[in-house]
Write a protein that binds this ligand. Structure first.
Ligand code: FAD
Ligand code: DHB
Length: 390
């Protein structure tokens, strides 16, 4: 088989890139190691920047998002038993974020792709990129007992943190930077109306908590937990009790509970691989970088990478120019590092670190006080949260 762009991975970055390319008349094939149902069963991010919303619209997959998604103009920072509202729109000249689950966005993109007739190969084993340092790269994979080959002009490695594309790059050609945080997030989904119509990011002596949502009747809640916690030790009742303790009293009293239908623990880490281009292979999204989820940036960074790569590929095919693909890695990484910084900062301000002494604790309190009393400080938070421009 031959295509122009072979995409490894049918997550948000692969699907978004695939749909934009298809819309521009550029042939592409997506290959994923798991099946469609498995992909649609993954519960992850929930907050989309305006830039991400714009790209989903450009991919013609935005209709349900606009009908069912919840535009938010602010969120609450809760500490000292009180809410302190960050008015995103007032601080950023009218910008908003869209609360719409990654699972739903993925479903919309998959449905668009199916309607457009573009090919996705699911359940492909042992996917491997080859010869990307030359002019004729190709992918191989195993399916139905035989080895298949896709010849292409370019390979897009959209296969997440544990994928094969980054691993296929020789170590000497890549620099990686990593920071592991000494705690995780225990998250649940439950079919109950959210405790508040806006997100609540809570800093409490017992640890961080986040109240988010997927719709007006479905809530997504997280609490900071030690990395040693086991999911089986967390009954729903224990989770609800712990969440209540970390929220201001009026929220704790208003919290509605129900049996959870998803419960998982995620580790928090920052990771960046540089550069993001190796000859005719590009790394995109989580394949190249991971941020801790506190700033809601992971999915949005995957989208901004797609924006830069799509522009470069359009320039290549429509204008016969390499200029856009030459600058992909530099432009994407400049934005990635700002999101890495913001996610680290927000994680540091909102969590209780096991090794923090009095000094670190008092600095954190001063930072929160500054944020809620200085328009300049709140503006810097809001500008990053709604997303820096591309
Ligand atoms: P992925 O979504 O990881 O997609 C990669 C795709 O590649 C998958 O479909 C996978 O099956 C496929 N693949 C992997 N390996 C191979 C292979 N060898 N061969 C072929 N295909 C392969 N971000 C937030 O902003 N907020 C959150 O709350 C949040 N929670 C998260 C929770 C978890 C458990 C995880 C893992 C991530 C979370 N993120 C969150 C981050 C966000 O979900 C990611 O940034 C986003 O999914 C990145 O999209 P992607 O397409 O680059 O990678
Ligand atoms: C969600 C996750 C986040 O990491 C975040 O900062 C905001 C919302 C969510 O899953 O809804």
């Amino acid at each position: 088989m031959r295509t122009k762009v072979a995409i490894i991975g049918s997550g948000p970055s692969g699907l978004l890139l695939g749909q934009l390319l298809t819309g521009a008349g550029i042939d592409n094939v997506i290959v994923d190691r798991v099946g469609r149902d498995y992909i649609l069963g993954r519960v992850r991010a929930g907050v989309l920047e305006e830039g991400t919303v714009g790209l989903i619209d450009q991919a013609k997959a935005g209709a349900r998002m606009h009908a069912e998604g919840l535009p938010h103009e602010g969120f609450s920072l809760a500490f000292d038993g009180r809410d302190h509202r960050i008015d995103l729109s007032a601080l950023t000249g009218g910008k908003k974020v869209m609360v719409y689950g990654q699972t739903e966005m993925t479903r919309d993109l998959i449905e668009r792709r199916e309607a457009s007739g573009a090919l996705t190969v699911y359940e492909a084993a042992n996917v491997l990129p080859h010869d990307f340092d030359g002019l004729k790269p190709y992918l191989t994979y195993e399916k139905d007992g035989s080895t298949q080959r896709i010849d292409c002009d370019f390979i897009a490695g959209c296969d997440g943190f544990h994928g094969v594309s980054r691993k296929a790059v020789p170590e000497r050609s890549m620099r990686t930077v990593e920071k592991i945080y000494p705690f995780g997030w225990l998250g649940i989904l439950a079919e109950v109306p959210p405790v508040s119509h806006e997100l609540i990011y809570a800093n409490h002596a017992r640890g961080f908590a986040l109240c988010s949502m997927r719709s007006r009747h479905r809530s997504r809640y997280y609490i900071q937990c030690p990395l040693t916690e086991r999911i089986d030790d967390w009954s729903d009742d224990r989770f609800w009790d712990e969440l209540r303790r970390r929220l201001p009293a009026h929220h704790a009293e208003a919290l509605l509970t129900a049996p959870s239908f998803e419960k998982s623990i995620a580790q928090l880490r920052s990771f960046v691989a540089e550069p993001m281009r190796f000859g005719r292979m590009f790394l995109v999204g989580d394949a190249a970088h991971i941020v801790p989820p506190t700033g809601a940036k992971g999915l949005n960074l995957a989208a901004s990478d797609v924006h830069y790569l799509f522009s470069g590929l359009v320039e290549y095919y429509q204008d016969c120019s390499d200029a856009g693909i030459e600058v992909y890695s530099r432009l994407a990484l400049a934005r990635v590092w700002k999101a890495v910084r913001f996610s680290w900062w927000m994680t540091t301000v909102m969590h209780r670190f096991p090794d923090a002494g009095d000094f670190e604790q008092r600095i954190q309190e001063a930072e929160l006080d500054y944020l809620t009393h200085s328009r300049a400080a709140a503006t810097a938070l809001a500008e990053n949260y709604v997303g820096l421009s591309y």
